[in-house]
Design a protein around this ligand. Sequence first.
Ligand SMILES: O=P(O)(O)OC[C@H]1O[C@H](OP(=O)(O)OP(=O)(O)O)[C@H](O)[C@@H]1O
Length: 156
Amino acid sequence: MRGIPDDWPGYSPDLFTYPEHYSGALDCVYIPHGVIMDRTERLARDIMDDRGDHDIAVLCVLKGGHQFCSDLVDCIQVLNRNSSKSLLMTVDFIRLKSYLNDRSTPDIQMIGAESLSVLTGKNVLIIEAIVDTGKTMQTLLTHVRAFKPKLIKVAG
Ligand SMILES: O=P(O)(O)OC[C@H]1O[C@H](OP(=O)(O)OP(=O)(O)O)[C@H](O)[C@@H]1O
């Protein structure tokens, strides 16, 4: 998300509710949940404006991307219900794992790659939680491109 200066101290955790087991481990909240939801809503609108007359094949990257994908797809569906141009949207899932505890590892495990053939010829929207080193996304893009989609975009 853009627009947060490096020296932004964040909000005090006392302003929010959070699970008790985070107590003492949480210094601040940089991006409150409501801001993320508002941004997700706007992103959904940008995706709808951007799609032209094309349908969308969503590819959700598990596990991290599941909540963001669910929120974004919900927002797109709300807009779709209120649009005169109906959108057909499919949602498929793939799991990639590169982190062991909090460390990035060179090996990327991929589960579900065999189902990527559904993306052939489609306008693909990959929905991912985080791009950190970019290794996971590079690996996924290489695999997805091999199935010759018409277009690939990434939301994260
Ligand atoms: O840009 P990178 O450095 O490759 O890191 C980003 C990836 O790391 C996390 O996944 P993780 O490997 O932790 O798997 P998980 O989502 O199943 O926990 C995250 O959900 C991304 O997929």
